[in-house]
Design a protein around this ligand. Structure first.
Ligand SMILES: Nc1nc2c(c(=O)[nH]1)N[C@H]1C(S)=C(S)[C@@H](COP(=O)(O)O)O[C@H]1N2
Ligand SMILES: [Mo]
Length: 288
């Protein structure tokens, strides 16, 4: 890339979109023992990203018919390398140079990074220095030894790009303490497949679920706040939320997720997080 002080992208049409960015190791499968909401889903953020569509740049360069993957390489010591399917590259993939209205910060990939809405955070390669169009993926470290999902039968799922629907109650949540009486339960939900359609909340350990109110605007692939009024009667109970996205997909319980995935994998744990509320109002992780 030329001198970053004279951005080449000045002549290209730019777009701004609000999207979440989530590490697929958020929180892993062992880390469900975390105490706070941040321990459990702290590796997610949401920002307004500004940049040029990758499709614009690829079309300008010219794609051969056999082009199936774009391999993005970062300029860090690890030369972080990920293969992106051409369908995503020609869809909503961005080359971003700005986050929340200011130039990318050094830690976020200055001067330029890839941004792939809804895909695992690892693929949004920072400090981008090379894009290589190819017929095959690169099979880099980050898509073989790392960022694959070991299944119970010993095979591994590869190229699990999309971050599935997830939600968590942030108040009341782990290490907080509540008093008997009125509370507004609130939290965040998101999905890599589009918009959140609904968030259901249980206050009786999963026996019944009620629809929470979603805060507008509910944006595509963005954090969505939900709220539900609740009066705690002082009896020990468990509260939890589950997200439903616009495809109809329902966020699974940890039991349902691990029935399919087993306990050997690390990435892509989007299970429901239950918070246990004790008689003294102490809120703790329902798994731990
Ligand atoms: N070049 C490069 N890009 C990278 C990484 C990296 O180590 N090197 N880390 C990835 C991972 S694992 C994640 S989760 C996101 C985090 O982006 P953020 O620091 O802007 O939150 O960047 C991704 N892009
Ligand atoms: Mo990550």
């Amino acid at each position: 890339m030329a001198n970053p002080a004279t951005p080449w992208f000045g002549s290209h049409p730019s777009e701004s979109h609000i999207h979440f960015l989530e590490c697929s190791g958020n929180p892993g499968f062992e880390a469900i023992k975390g105490k706070t909401a941040s321990d459990l889903v702290g590796l997610v953020s949401c920002a307004e990203w500004t940049g040029v569509r990758l499709a614009t740049v690829l079309r300008e360069a010219g794609l051969k018919p056999e082009a199936r993957w774009v391999v993005a390489e970062g300029a860090d010591a690890a030369a972080m390398t990920r293969s992106i399917p051409i369908e995503k590259c020609l869809d909503d993939a961005l080359l971003v140079y700005s986050q929340n209205g200011e130039r990318l910060r050094p830690q976020q990939g200055y001067p330029l990074r890839v941004f792939l809405p809804g895909f695992e955070g690892n693929m949004s390669v920072k400090w981008l220095r090379r894009l290589n169009v190819s017929a095959e993926p690169a099979y880099s470290r980050e898509e073989t030894a790392k960022y694959t999902d070991l299944m119970p039968d010993g095979t591994a799922r590869q190229f699990t790009f999309v971050m599935e629907a997830k939600s968590i109650i942030t108040r009341p949540s782990g290490t907080q303490r509540i008093a008997q009486g009125f509370h507004e339960i609130t939290g965040i939900a998101w999905t890599g497949r589009g918009r959140i359609r609904a968030v259901q909340v249980t206050t009786d350990g999963g026996r019944s679920w009620r629809d929470a109110a979603l805060q507008e605007p509910v944006l595509n692939r963005a954090l969505t706040r939900f709220r539900l009024p609740w009066t705690w009667d002082g009896q020990p109970t468990t509260i939890a939320s589950r997200a439903i996205d616009e495809t109809g997909y329902v966020q699974p319980s940890f039991e349902d997720l691990t029935a399919v995935r087993g306990l050997k994998s690390f990435y892509h744990n989007n299970a429901v997080v239950p918070w246990r509320i004790a008689a003294d109002g102490e809120v703790a992780n329902g798994y731990a």
